[in-house]
Design a protein around this ligand. Structure first.
Ligand code: ADP
Length: 386
């Protein structure tokens, strides 16, 4: 698969998709990309020097080196981190490495639009080791020879430059249209929900259950895979459990889920206590690689069974927010919901009872909407002359 070609052509197809009369109104552009998808490019031409290393690719060959330079349990100490990808490339390539720049997927695509090579945002840069609290790369990273390839870092939604002349004229965008730094997919999806106050959270009920909470304090705990992204003067704290919709799909079809859910009385407490997992192992809010799924006893009634499973997942969600608080995050006050499970009104009521908090579906859940909000932030900075 030629990822680079496909990403590039998709980007320009998307620009073409914008109706002509709307293109004239676009004053600012931003986009999100998959975190830790890494492209090493020629720093003069921007051409990739190596195939892109995808977000889930593990470069565990580089892990011993990375672990020897980074603080214990740092976010970069996992084979799929951007830093492991950089070190792996550095060790693998013999030829002249002087003229290289590391970019994340979003940075590279944005570069196609603004043409200033070597800029990223502090959300994408977290997994290469950037310290968003110090607002700089840490000294242990800067001491490495490959640190010369690291891009400069700005806040997400910062104007980088005007849209390239040839893109403007070809597609009909205004002459003062700016291009702004982006963010990662999952942060963009959080931004879409517009949970802008500390204590507001978004639970994603997709294949897995992921929670994200806006907090005034930063928490990181590698045991649970919990880490914090900076969002201006606040922190976006997140963790992901292995429970979620994948387990539901192992047992019920989406049609059955809908039909059976309708018959659940969400005000009634289910006596069934499960720990629904698709396979052995849990990371958050309990770190136990040997935890076995618990989905028995199965009652005769499928409605009761589903009720028990949905309520058990709700308890895991409550424990997830409880653990974030115990680790020092702001207490959760309100939960918005995204993902396939968000449309289940009965589950929302069950979760509301179990969490003891207001729970509602997020009005916007598309990451693209979050990226558009970043573009808006950049446009406002231009107006204010920041
Ligand atoms: P992902 O993008 O992580 O694959 P989605 O956000 O598309 O997941 O959500 C898919 C999940 O939603 C499936 O695992 C499915 O079990 C679950 N799902 C679909 N319909 C319902 C429903 N009515 N109630 C609860 N969960 C549902």
């Amino acid at each position: 698969m030629d990822w680079i070609r496909s990403w590039k052509s998709t980007l320009f197809l998307l620009l073409e998709d914008i109706p002509l009369h709307l293109r004239k109104l676009v004053v600012s552009i931003s986009l999100d990309g998959t975190s830790a998808t890494t492209i090493i490019v020629d720093s003069t031409t921007g051409e990739p020097l190596w195939r892109p290393l995808l977000y889930n690719e593990s470069c565990s060959d580089a892990l011993p080196t990375v672990k020897s330079i980074a603080p214990a349990n740092h976010t970069v100490c996992t084979g799929s981190s951007t830093l492991c990808k950089l070190v792996s490339w550095w060790n693998m390539v013999d030829s002249d490495k002087k003229l290289a720049t590391l970019l994340h997927q979003a940075d590279w695509l944005l570069w196609l639009l603004h043409g200033n090579l070597g800029v990223t945002d502090y959300n994408n840069a977290l997994k290469v080791g950037y310290d968003p609290e110090l607002d700089s790369y840490p000294h242990w990273l800067l001491a490495q020879p490959y640190s010369q390839f690291l891009p400069s870092v700005k806040a997400p939604g910062t104007p980088i430059g005007f849209l390239k002349e040839n893109v403007k004229t070809k597609y009909g965008f205004p002459k003062d249209c700016v291009v702004c730094t982006g963010t990662t997919d999952s942060i963009a999806a959080f931004l879409a929900a517009q949970a802008t106050q500390p204590g507001k959270a978004v639970t994603s009920l997709g294949s897995t259950l992921a929670v994200k909470l806006l907090s005034t304090s930063r928490i990181d705990d590698a045991r649970y895979g919990v880490y914090s992204h900076r969002l201006d003067d606040k922190w976006l704290v997140g963790g992901a459990s292995n429970t979620g919709g994948a387990v539901l799909r192992q047992i019920f079809t989406d049609e059955q889920l809908e039909h059976l859910s309708e018959q659940i009385d969400p005000m009634k407490t289910s006596p069934l206590d499960y720990y629904p997992l698709p396979t052995v192992g849990e990371r958050f809010p309990v770190a136990d690689p040997n935890m076995a799924p618990r989905l028995h006893p199965r009652p005769k009634s499928d409605v009761d069974y589903l009720h028990g499973i949905l309520e058990s997942i709700a308890r895991i969600e409550a424990n997830a927010y409880g653990l974030l608080k115990d680790l020092g995050a702001t207490q959760v006050e309100e939960v918005f919901t995204a993902g396939g499970g968000a449309k289940n009104a009965k589950w929302i009521k069950i979760r509301q009872r179990v969490l003891g908090l207001p729970v509602s579906p997020a009005i916007q859940t598309q990451a693209a909407y979050g990226a558009a909000l970043l573009a808006l932030k950049g446009a406002q900075q231009c107006v204010q002359g920041v």
